[in-house]
Design a protein around this ligand. Structure first.
Ligand code: TGC
Ligand code: FAD
Length: 388
């Protein structure tokens, strides 16, 4: 039986996209096929972020793509999602870089920053000339940021910042860190710049996941931050949590790309792998497992597209993002693990993509709120009871 349907898009989500969205998807897709996929295996093996890609990522308008003005592309939310999906089809590490720069650094500067802060940072960040990181998580427990220990006190016209942050993407390569700290006036965001006395960073070595991404710790020892570097527009936990909503939304799309890469690999492998006198693809259980992957990908695509349309109408609820982050990350991780198994022994080789995606997705299901956190957010919405 032959099929007219695209195995990566069984419900033809593509036909629901505008011309501009299709163009964004195809342009980023070509970049990923030509420039990203060929080098990701080596980057992952060497535990190196492919920094030389930043220029082209910036030229394509992928940094801060949802922001209007300040040299940013001003694309809609669905386009941002498609960018994440295509990048993560290459590797979660590159998508992480774009998520952090766009949703966790440029978004809060744009949403809560002064005009001077926006002029100083947003165009440079859109061009990839300045790199940012986002410091919320601390060593004593990332799931509960309300328990943060990092704090700042006013000292004349400045603030004195003390504490540390852990598991921070881009930590050691960032020119500016948006750091969230407790103050007598609520939780505030501080733009801490590389080279400020008392500010230090350290890379976390030997990760088995997201090896093509930089992860590290930030340390603040009496760092003097001028008032002009404090985000004036927010003084509560809502500030950092609203950034997470942006990034989590992008992740719901991103992991679809990783899952598609895994399904694509097993569709091809099982055609060629002949066991017991027939291609593996001709056996019932293998077909059922691949059909299950397609079912999960299709469900994820429809959730994310609907989410994007709601977001573009300005009606998005964080609970809706939690549901999709939970569903889509779980689906992608299950698909990657099953794809790894379908490849047999070859599944543990870096020659095939599933194990790299599988290892990356172990981080993606944990960061930006663990699966449990998102389940409890949905539970709270249903019952009205906070069970954290
Ligand atoms: P709670 O009392 O529920 O909320 C405090 C205030 O914030 C509001 N709010 C949100 N606003 C926007 N988006 C959201 N997702 C929001 N969640 C809550 C809320 O309405 C309230 O506002 P107001 O006006 O009433 O004050 O806060 P809580 O302390 O009970 O915490 C709730 C909980 C557990 C859901 C939250 O702490 C949480 O999400 N924890 C998980 C932390 C997390 O996800 N950290 C991620 C760190 S960054 C990261 O991982 C980057 S990886 C990037 C990459 O490499 O791609
Ligand atoms: P914990 O909060 O200690 O959780 C441990 C376990 O307890 C989890 O399984 C969790 O689900 C469970 N748990 C928590 N609360 C409950 C409960 N009430 N009931 C039942 N179970 C519960 N953070 C940043 O700020 N910026 C970044 O750029 C960033 N990048 C990251 C990059 C990578 C590669 C990784 C791995 C993490 C990154 N993080 C970043 C941190 C990430 O957000 C945290 O790891 C995550 O929020 C979980 O926090 P934790 O690791 O401290 O785990």
């Amino acid at each position: 039986m032959s099929t007219q349907l695209d195995p990566m898009d069984l419900y033809d989500v593509r036909s629901e996209l505008s011309e501009e969205e299709v163009m964004v998807k195809d342009t980023v897709g070509r970049f990923v096929d030509d420039k990203v996929i060929p080098l990701m295996r080596e980057a992952f093996e060497k535990h190196e972020f492919p920094r030389h890609l930043i220029g082209e990522v910036a030229e394509l308008g992928l940094l801060g793509s949802s922001i209007e003005g300040y040299d940013c592309a001003g694309l809609n939310s669905v386009s941002y999602g498609l960018i994440c999906q295509e990048l993560e089809r290459g590797d979660s590490g590159l998508r992480s870089f774009v998520s952090v720069q766009s949703s966790l650094v440029m978004f809060p500067i744009h949403a809560y920053g002064s005009e001077e802060q926006k002029q100083r940072w947003l165009p440079a960040m859109a061009r990839g000339e300045a790199i940012g990181c986002f410091g919320l998580t601390e060593p004593q427990g990332g799931s509960d940021p309300s328990n943060m220990k990092t704090h700042a006190k006013r000292d004349g016209k400045d603030w004195i910042l003390n504490g540390s942050k852990m598991w921070i993407t881009n930590a050691t390569i960032a020119d500016a860190a948006v750091v969230w700290a407790k103050t007598d006036e609520g939780v505030k965001g501080f733009i801490v710049e590389k080279g400020m006395p008392g500010y230090d960073t350290q890379e976390i070595e030997d990760k088995f996941s997201l090896r093509a991404s930089v992860t590290g710790a930030l340390f603040f020892n009496n760092v003097r931050v001028p008032e002009a570097s404090v985000l004036p527009g927010v003084s509560s936990l809502k500030g950092p949590l609203s950034c997470l909503t942006q990034a989590r939304y992008g992740i719901t799309w991103g992991v679809i790309g990783a899952a598609q890469a895994c399904l694509n690999e097993v569709l091809s492998y099982t055609q060629d792998r002949v066991l017991f006198g027939r291609p593996l693809a001709n056996t019932q259980t293998i077909q059922i497992r691949m059909a299950n992957m397609a079912r999960q990908i299709t469900t994820s695509q429809l959730l994310s597209l609907r989410l994007g349309r709601i977001k573009d109408k300005g009606e998005l609820s964080p609970t809706q993002v939690s549901l999709a982050k939970w569903n889509n990350c779980r689906a992608a991780l299950d698909i990657a693990r099953d794809a790894r198994d379908i490849l047999g022994g070859a599944g543990i080789s870096a020659e095939y993509v599933p194990i790299r995606h599988m290892l990356n997705l172990e981080s993606v299901i944990t960061y930006e709120g663990t699966e449990t956190i998102h389940q409890l957010v949905v539970g709270k919405e249903l019952t009205g009871v906070n069970a954290f």
